[in-house]
Design a protein around this ligand. Structure first.
Ligand SMILES: Nc1ncnc2c1ncn2[C@@H]1O[C@H](COP(=O)(O)OP(=O)(O)O)[C@@H](O)[C@H]1O
Ligand SMILES: N[C@@H](CCC(=O)OP(=O)(O)O)C(=O)O
Length: 373
């Protein structure tokens, strides 16, 4: 089945975790990077474009700082500043061996939240690929603070699949795939070869990281697979230390865990609204609005709003929440929080009278609205 699903894949994002790239002595594993480079070269010779999302900057820099495990944020950022050029150098050298050029892209969530910068990053990736250069992406750890962080490279890689319009996400880690429970705590845990839809049970079975260098563990990988799935593409989580792993996966070999995309897939812009933007506030809606939004894909009108929380500008991303607190969806507000408070519960025909102007009948137009499945 996998072979059939993968046969039209032309562009992939490969995310490589810190543990795959470091030796037990806490240094960069140049041999492993060389092996991955050989695989990338093979894929490219088959006409598959590869974008790398790599971790490992903090791991590669920490020994130079003289700390085994950087704990404070400045320590992590300093380790990343030392490690990132070393990491890039390792890729450059390894891919250079196959006459492949590399490019570095360091991103923060803020970069991709701004539509213009998102489009710029996308154009950069497209141009690099058209020039046969492999984009190598990491979070810009030295400047990213909590508010502008992706937080982990698993989720970043899922956003990059959308940014680059890729057909597949492969997450390489230090374990053979997703197990039905955390193998560190349960020796009977079994590998799950296929996931048709990410259920609550699956999310609960995915634990945190087992190492001092990994960031999110299996939990962030599942969250990434979910995001990629909503873009309509599958994800494979597999062991990056297995020989020939990328090649074997691409020929359809049943290794790792294969996540089928589930549910309605979002177009690129709606995916960006749902997953890349950070919501700035909440709009609580009544039962009638909750129903028409969820079941009929309608726009949110002022009459359906019962409360507004947080401060946001016109055009910001906000959560739409039912009275019971459950999230209905996310969307771009056509009115600021201040304006929303003034028009709350009112009819669209009254807007001009209340505000002295109007942008439109809707608070959130359905074209800018994504319903949570
Ligand atoms: N259900 C699970 N199945 C597999 N691994 C799990 C699970 N729950 C937690 N883990 C842990 O997640 C780790 C992989 O994540 P992480 O350490 O963040 O690696 P990476 O650096 O590749 O992102 C595994 O080594 C394992 O200890
Ligand atoms: N940006 C960080 C990696 C963050 C991260 O998500 O790490 P990992 O869980 O190993 O993929 C770094 O380069 O060290």
């Amino acid at each position: 089945m996998r072979g059939e699903l993968l046969k039209n894949v032309r562009r992939i994002v490969v995310k490589i975790g810190s543990r795959v790239l470091t030796t037990v002595q806490n240094d960069l594993d140049r041999q492993r990077i060389a092996a991955i480079a050989a695989e990338i070269s093979q894929l490219r010779s088959k006409g598959i474009e590869v974008i790398v999302v790599t971790s490992g900057a903090v791991a590669a820099g920490r020994s130079m700082l003289g700390v085994d495990r950087p704990r404070t944020i400045p320590q992590k950022q300093a380790a990343a500043a030392v490690g990132q050029p070393r990491l890039m150098n390792a890729y450059e050298e390894a891919l250079g061996h196959f006459a492949i050029n590399t490019a570095q892209m360091l991103l923060t969530r803020d970069d991709l939240s701004d539509r213009q910068r998102f489009l710029n990053a996308r154009a950069t990736i497209d141009t690099l690929l058209s020039c046969d250069i492999v984009p190598i992406i990491n979070e810009n750890d030295t400047v990213a603070v909590e508010e502008i962080k992706f937080g982990d490279n698993d989720n970043l890689s899922a956003l990059v699949t959308n940014l680059s319009e890729s057909d597949l996400l492969i997450i390489l880690t230090d374990i053979d795939g997703f197990y039905d429970s955390d193998p560190r705590t349960n020796p009977d845990a079994r590998l799950v070869p296929l996931v048709r839809g990410i259920t609550r049970e699956i999310e609960q079975a995915a634990g945190g990281s087992g190492s001092s260098v990994g960031t999110g563990g299996m939990a962030t990988k599942i969250s990434a697979a979910k995001k990629a799935g909503r873009f309509g593409i599958p994800t494979i989580i597999a062991n990056g230390s297995r020989e020939g792993i990328l090649e074997r996966l691409m020929t359809g070999e049943e290794l790792g865990t294969f996540f089928l995309p589930a549910g309605e897939s979002l177009n690129r812009r709606k995916h960006w609204i749902a997953y890349t933007l950070r919501p700035r506030g909440r709009i609580i809606v009544d039962a009638g609005a909750a129903k028409v939004l969820r079941q009929h894909g309608k726009s949110l009108l002022p009459s359906g709003m019962v409360a507004v929380e947080g401060e946001f500008e016109r055009g910001a991303c906000v959560r739409i929440v039912a009275k019971d607190g459950s999230e209905i969806g996310r969307g771009l507000a056509d009115y600021s929080s201040r304006e929303c408070l003034m028009i709350l519960g009112r009819q669209s025909g009254e807007l001009e009278e209340i505000l002295g102007y109007r942008y439109g009948d809707e608070v959130i137009h359905r074209d800018n609205l994504v319903i949570v499945p």
